[in-house]
Design a protein around this ligand. Structure first.
Ligand code: 1CP
Length: 363
């Protein structure tokens, strides 16, 4: 790293300050899946290139990461590296394909515990996932300090679920059969995924990521009891091990456990600076539960972007006024932006967050 070119100075650090609990002149904003299929320029890129080819080619990943930053110039306060949570199962030796219009597909999912023997034992992230580190370093230079760059991983339970289901699933019955019938082996698998998540996040920060987010997208499929057994301990391990390894170079970390409203109190005390919320929380209830221990991020229903201008503005008003009064707030959606959202709806969302955020901060 010593001979590496220094990164350009950061011109907008709002999101980093909000995450650390410092007062900001307005609530920062970004959107989960902000680079992706709702953007015509992304769809054009996808006609030319396979999804994982974009992820594996630093020039293409950089280009796509910057698409929303350029289109919504000055309106987004963070970028997120273009990649996918499923690069970890790939690094562990599994084949994952992205089927256009359908989503991820594993031709050979884990069916029985013995299939774990097919997974690589010691995953060297510098070998398997160097392409993500290269994309991060290149993107951080290309951003030229406009906004911070977020790195991410999928959380162990969510990744385990994909590895067993072989793709998306309505019920997660196969993954749940594993945790209920084979809890010991499931913990072994979760532990092995955790080890890769930790190394991968550390590498992303060393490559230039300025903030990290852990996506437990299937958290809410577990009830409170099973979440405490099969998700929370691994989310806690990830944050403590990553921070311990990075020491002074540690960056703010966010946890997003979609659907796990019941875990908000516990998620506020395991070491993440920010907890990202889906739309099932009111600002009042989330603030009462977290008591200023963490920065809150979220949480407009992504489908509200189909609700028309009036509904979008009214919802953003309620959200930013509700959460923004604490100062410890990052505006976002409650889950990823959907592929058929009009680009104008996203622009109205961002502009309204800026306007209301400035008003709240001045009050
Ligand atoms: O701007 C960005 O956020 C782009 C980077 C990004 C991120 C952070 C992508 C690109 N994927 C993700 C995370 C991700 N991937 C999550 C966690 C966030 C969430 O819950 O939405 C999950 C669950 C996935 C898995 C995945 N990858 C799905 C969901 C499938 C299901 O089970 O419902 C899908 C459809 C993908 C493909 C994908 N990933 C990203 C994009 C742009 C796409 C579309 C692929 C295409 O172009 O065909």
């Amino acid at each position: 790293m010593s001979d590496a070119k220094p990164f350009p100075p950061l011109k907008n650090d709002l999101i980093l300050r909000a995450a650390r609990g410092e007062k900001t002149e307005r609530a920062p904003v970004w959107v989960m899946r902000q680079a992706g299929r709702y953007l015509p320029e992304f769809r054009a890129e996808r006609v030319e290139n396979d999804f994982f080819k974009i992820c594996r080619t630093p020039e293409l990943a950089t280009k796509v990461t910057l698409q929303p930053i350029d289109r919504y110039d000055g309106l987004l306060d963070a970028s997120i590296i273009f990649s996918d949570i499923l690069v970890i199962p790939q690094a562990m030796g599994m084949d994952v394909q992205m089927v256009p219009g359908k989503g991820p597909h594993f031709p050979e999912p884990l069916v029985v515990p013995a299939d774990m023997a097919k997974l690589k034992k010691d995953v060297d992230v510098n070998q398997e996932l160097q392409y993500v580190f290269d994309a991060i370093t290149m993107t951080r230079h290309a951003l030229n300090g406009r906004v911070p760059l977020i790195g991410f991983v999928g959380a162990p339970w969510t990744l385990m679920a994909y590895m067993i289901e072989g793709g998306g699933s309505k019920t997660l019955s196969k993954a749940k059969e594993w945790i209920f019938k084979h809890p010991k082996v499931s913990h072994e698998l979760l532990g092995r995924i955790t080890d890769v998540c930790v190394d991968f996040l550390i590498g992303q920060v060393r490559a230039g990521a300025q903030m990290l987010q852990v996506f437990e997208s299937w958290g809410g499929e577990l009830g409170p009891h099973d979440f405490e057994l099969f998700s929370l301990p691994y989310l806690a391990q990830i944050v403590s091990r990553v921070k311990a390894a990075l020491g002074e170079d540690a960056v703010p970390m966010t946890v997003f456990a979609k659907g796990s409203w019941y875990a908000l109190d516990k998620l506020s005390e395991i070491g993440y600076e920010t907890v990202s919320l889906d739309w099932t929380h009111t600002p009042e209830s989330a603030k009462a539960t977290t008591k200023g221990r963490v920065t809150l991020q979220g949480n407009m229903d992504p489908n509200m972007l189909y609700g028309g201008d009036e509904a979008i503005v009214a919802t953003v008003e309620r959200m930013v006024r509700g959460f923004g009064s604490t100062g410890r707030y990052i505006a976002n959606l409650g889950h990823g932006i959907l592929p058929t959202v009009p680009v104008e709806a996203m622009e109205l969302f961002l502009k309204t967050v800026h306007r209301v955020g400035l008003e709240v901060a001045a009050e």
